[in-house]
Write a protein that binds this ligand. Sequence first.
Ligand code: 9MG
Length: 273
Amino acid sequence: MFKTHSIYNAEIPLIMGILNVTPDSFSDGAKYNQFDKALAHAEYMLAEGADIIDIGGESTRPGAAEVAVAEEIERVVPLIERVKSLGARVSVDTSKPEVMLAAADAGVDMINDVRALQSPGALAAAAACQLPVCLMHMQGQPRTMQANPQYADVVEEVRHFLIERIHACEKAGIASRLLSIDPGFGFGKTLTHNIALLNHLSAFSQLGVPVLAGMSRKSMLGQITGREVHDRMPASLAVALMAMQQGAKIIRVHDVAETADVRKVFIACRKEQ
Ligand code: 9MG
């Protein structure tokens, strides 16, 4: 068993509220307006019970365009500072070393990297920050990752990749107690791959590094239910519970209050066992 950082030490799974600050997230125009809306949404999620706010300035959706470093910093840093001033814990969703360093200066508590610190300079930047890091698996890049994902054994390959990244982090001076891992639902995976990973999530928990699961409103749930993105909350809650039952320590979600209720049910039933 690895020792873990205090951010992961809660007895109960933590709820990570999603806060995207891309131009299409709060979509009616002026930058100050977007900032105010994003801040209000962070406050709302905190009031609803979010334990961490995950702030991202570059969309990682399939087909999404890349954003320049300066633009990404301009989007996330002022918001990190304001959300931190509310007393909240904040993670930064980025793969760029410059953004990691700027976010660390702004007081961020955790780095959430969908590229698992594989971008040039990212390992060194994260090592310099000495912050908790979530290492996520992705096959390919957001622009093309859903074109034709292929695995011989998705669970084994994703597990192997994450173990290799844990070792790379340790070698770079990032202790395993700072790490969490994430199989990356929807990132270069078909529905069959996503379901296999969900059904075997406990195989990831057994690695002894906290597991983060992010399935909220994702297209895998649209494929299963036939529902559009804003009608996927019930399906998101179902998979959040499945993840908690298999030991996930952080659940990344849009619907914080409803996930907090799911967590209450999970905890109440766990106590009875
Ligand atoms: C940024 N982002 C979008 N989806 C995600 C997921 O499933 N996990 C993590 N760690 N980050 C995500």
